[in-house]
Design a protein around this ligand. Structure first.
Ligand SMILES: Nc1nc2c(c(=O)[nH]1)N[C@H]1C(S)=C(S)[C@@H](COP(=O)(O)O)O[C@H]1N2
Ligand SMILES: [Mo]
Length: 326
């Protein structure tokens, strides 16, 4: 259920529903980090300005839109307090950024691009800075397979997910995935970081709050994993638990996943674990026989190659579980 209004609107996804057979989040349950403005103009005449002189009409985008694959979105402010509900996956339709720029036939003015969306609201936000835009090095943006999406899960985008058109940057945090896109502007590499980039500097693990876009490191999602449900099993009269979770992020599959049921215990391998792709997410599970009732803090760890899991290692995905019988 959507709570709050405009920029303060939130919908948290119930992650306990995720399974290998149900990797895609139904649109009505896909998380919302900021709702549509009540002032959003009619989408029938929507135009995206491109560079100083170009533009593309929403109808041209819709006509060119095709399947862009299943990709996950995670808010960089996804925390345990809200049961990690700011993460979801959808099947997207859209047009690659590269092709949008080609179709607009404007001369590239620089190798950096600021992508902005409509961000005027009737009410004053208590939680967010209005004015979402992100600056990308164009080659990096193209390299991610970024696209302008006009649809998700086989239907047009909903207002809260950015209708009529939003940016999706596979592998990057949601804060870069601008909704209600209306402007693609070429900027110089010394362009100041935007208010959205400042708001998300800490949450995207920037080493310091960067002044310029150039100093801002790619807002990519590290490897991360979190338990999403604990099932109670009775096999041959013996009580056992099964911890089911998800693994996502990173640029290439990891070799092994490890789980620790309490800070005083060792990490042990998640059995039969196998990851073939990092996007959207991989479902894993591990049987568990806690020795006594009590409260447990479960944490995952990833093993190479090229594994980077800063938030995971900081304990930001620790999950507290109460066990009442063993
Ligand atoms: N125009 C605009 N785009 C935006 C935002 C915003 O406030 N305004 N929020 C961003 C953030 S922080 C996230 S996590 C994602 C969330 O997308 P969703 O609400 O469709 O899940 O949208 C991004 N795009
Ligand atoms: Mo976000």
């Amino acid at each position: 259920m959507l709570i709050g209004r405009e920029l303060d609107a939130r919908l948290f996804t119930d992650l306990s529903q995720v399974s290998q057979q149900r990797l895609v989040t139904p649109t009505a349950q896909f998380f919302v980090r900021s709702g549509a403005s009540e002032l959003l103009p009619d989408s029938a005449d929507w135009q995206i300005r491109i560079g100083r002189t170009g533009s593309i009409h929403i109808n041209a985008l819709r006509a060119a839109a095709r399947h862009m694959g299943t990709h996950l979105l995670e808010c960089a402010g996804n925390v345990s307090l809200t049961r990690f509900g700011l993460i979801s996956a959808a099947r997207w339709t859209g047009v690659p950024i590269e092709e949008v720029l080609d179709r607009a036939k404007v001369k590239a003015e620089s190798s950096w691009m600021e992508i902005s969306g409509f961000d005027e609201y009737a009410s004053t936000s208590r939680t967010s800075v209005p004015g979402a835009s992100w600056i990308f090095p164009l080659d990096v943006l193209k390299g991610t397979g970024a696209f302008l999406a006009t649809g998700m899960n086989g239907e047009s985008l909903t207002a809260d997910h950015g209708a009529p058109v939003r940016l999706v940057v596979p592998g990057w945090y949601g804060c870069a995935c601008i909704k209600w896109v209306n402007n693609l502007a070429y900027v110089t590499e010394d362009a100041p970081a935007t208010s959205q980039m400042h708001e998300y500097a800490v949450r995207t693990l920037q080493r310091r709050s960067p002044e310029t876009a150039m100093e801002f490191e790619a807002a990519t999602i590290d490897h991360a994993a979190v338990p999403v449900r604990v099932e109670k099993w009775k096999t041959a009269g013996k009580l056992q638990y099964r911890v089911v979770g998800i693994l996502w992020g990173g640029s290439q599959p990891i070799r092994a996943l490890k789980i620790r049921f309490n800070p005083t215990e060792e990490f042990i391998p998640v059995p039969a674990f196998h990851q073939t792709t990092t996007d959207p997410w991989t479902v894993w599970s591990s049987m568990w026989s806690p020795r006594q009732p009590g409260r447990y803090t479960i944490r995952l760890a990833v093993v190479g190659p090229n594994a980077r899991a800063r938030k995971l290692e900081l304990g930001l995905y620790d999950r507290l579980i109460g066990i009442d019988e063993v």
